[in-house]
Design a protein around this ligand. Structure first.
Ligand code: AMP
Ligand code: GLY
Length: 430
């Protein structure tokens, strides 16, 4: 089976990740029409933004039928965790329309930390030792904390908008935090709390495209999560990214492939998990040995803004291979060039910040690709519309070359309160 010669694509989401996907999809000779729901000011230059929310499956169905959509790409995790794949499968009107993303069961790898840890242990995938607790065995949780050495890693089981992980140095503080989480600090996401061993090392993200049986490993990336330089301050959605990652050399990636990627995909088959999409594996490299920190069931943001630009082969071909179980035959072509992205955020982010400030300089001459994250059109202006505003991606022969290009582009972009980290990639430059 194949997709039609020309396809109408519906892409769900509105961030920098979706702008990067839209940018790549728009380059495909196989594209007829691209719709982005709801999209941002950047995606509106590549396709048609539509006022449909990714959480509203009924409206998505209507839109798909009215516009002869041949392929749906899901950017963010929420619709996946809420079962958009199964919703399409179970509906006779739309079950012929492929969705790029896992089934509801597959999406539990991101939707439930406990499910993900059980999966890893069952399939002998290296990860931190853990136990999970609810209000019924809180006392055992306290005892488990006493058994572990500091620091203590506590994770709310469910989706908590990236905020559900707390790392503490002090055992008593960890016990208080455990009680707070179980008592609703993160809503029902914390009804179950996973406590795990702290992993040392340096993180990187590995991305895998799979049809559920076979797979292709996409370029890896490193992202920078904290708001402040030197990785200080509050956690954010991500302040920048670099791909490739110098320490993820051939030897390390071979360990990742044999110890983590292979057993993960085999695990899907053994556990009868339908999975046609991207697996994002958050890894810790501890002295050359990879451990899984977490699974996400979608592409990362801002990692997508460096991973996707490094793919030279056609992305609709990749989606077709994912859909029709031919990924083992798909020829994925990756450039050797380094890509970096620097995220420009609104002043105050990740705490309170303003929206609606006019952005200028977006049309200055540049060698970078300016991906929009939180932007909107307001009359003739483009204005800020989120905490992460833009992700400025550049290529180079080295990280330094690429990052300098991103900084040069950012200099010309102006809006009130603009902030970005000036040390993206610096730790990787020898
Ligand atoms: P997660 O939401 O699972 O990605 O966790 C957020 C961040 O917490 C990760 O990116 C890591 O920096 C950190 N983290 C999570 N689990 C561990 C662990 N077991 N050991 C050390 N750091 C961790
Ligand atoms: N950059 C991390 C994420 O997308 O979850």
């Amino acid at each position: 089976m194949k997709l039609p010669e020309k396809v109408n694509v519906l892409l769900l989401g509105s961030g920098g990740r979706e702008h990067a996907l839209a940018w790549k999809i728009a380059q495909s000779p196989k594209l007829q029409k691209l719709f982005i729901a709801p999209g941002n000011a950047g995606t509106s230059c590549l396709g048609i933004n539509v006022d449909v929310q990714p959480s509203n499956f009924g409206s998505i169905k209507q839109f798909v039928l009215l516009n002869n959509i041949n392929l749906v790409i899901v950017g963010p995790e929420d619709p996946l965790v809420n079962g958009i794949y199964d919703y399409f499968q179970d509906d006779n009107d739309i079950h012929h329309v492929p969705i790029i993303g896992p089934s509801r069961l597959g999406a539990k790898l991101e939707g439930s930390k406990e499910f993900a840890k059980d999966f890893m242990i069952r399939h002998k995938i290296p990860t931190a030792a853990y136990k999970s607790f609810t209000k019924h065995n809180l006392e055992e949780g306290y005892a488990f904390i006493d058994e572990l050495n500091a620091p203590y890693v506590l994770k709310a089981d469910g989706l908590a908008a990236g905020k559900g992980v707390v790392i503490l140095e002090d055992a008593e503080e960890a016990k208080t935090e455990l009680a707070c989480m179980i008592n609703g600090k993160f809503g029902t996401a914390g009804n179950t709390v996973v406590i795990e061993q702290f992993l040392k090392g340096i993180e990187c993200s590995v991305f895998v495209a799979t049809d559920g049986v076979n797979y292709k490993i996409l370029p890896e990336a490193k992202d920078y999560k904290r708001i402040g330089e030197g990785d200080a301050g509050l956690n954010t959605g991500g302040m920048g990214a670099v791909s490739p990652v110098p320490f993820a050399d051939e030897e390390f990636m071979e360990k990742v492939r044999t110890r983590i990627v292979e057993p993960t995909i085999k695990g899907f088959v053994e556990d009868k998990i339908t999975y046609k999409g991207f697996v994002f594996i958050g890894l810790m490299n501890d002295a050359g040995e990879p451990y899984v920190i977490e699974y996400n069931v979608r592409m990362g943001d801002p990692e997508t803004e460096v991973v996707i630009p490094r793919i030279e082969s056609d992305i609709i071909d990749l989606f077709e291979a994912i859909t029709f179980d031919t990924i083992d035959k798909h020829e994925l072509i990756i450039t050797d060039k380094v890509a970096t992205t620097v995220v420009c955020v609104a002043g105050g982010y990740p705490e309170e910040y303003k929206k609606g400030d006019v952005i200028t300089g977006l049309d200055s001459e540049t060698n970078s690709i300016i991906f929009h994250a939180g932007t909107a059109k307001k009359g003739a202006d483009i204005v800020t519309n989120g905490g992460r505003v833009l992700a400025v991606t550049s290529f180079g022969d080295t990280i330094q070359e690429a990052i300098d290009e991103s900084f040069k582009t950012i200099e010309n972009i102006k809006y009130e309160g603009k902030y970005f980290r000036k040390d993206i990639g610096a730790d990787l430059i020898k």
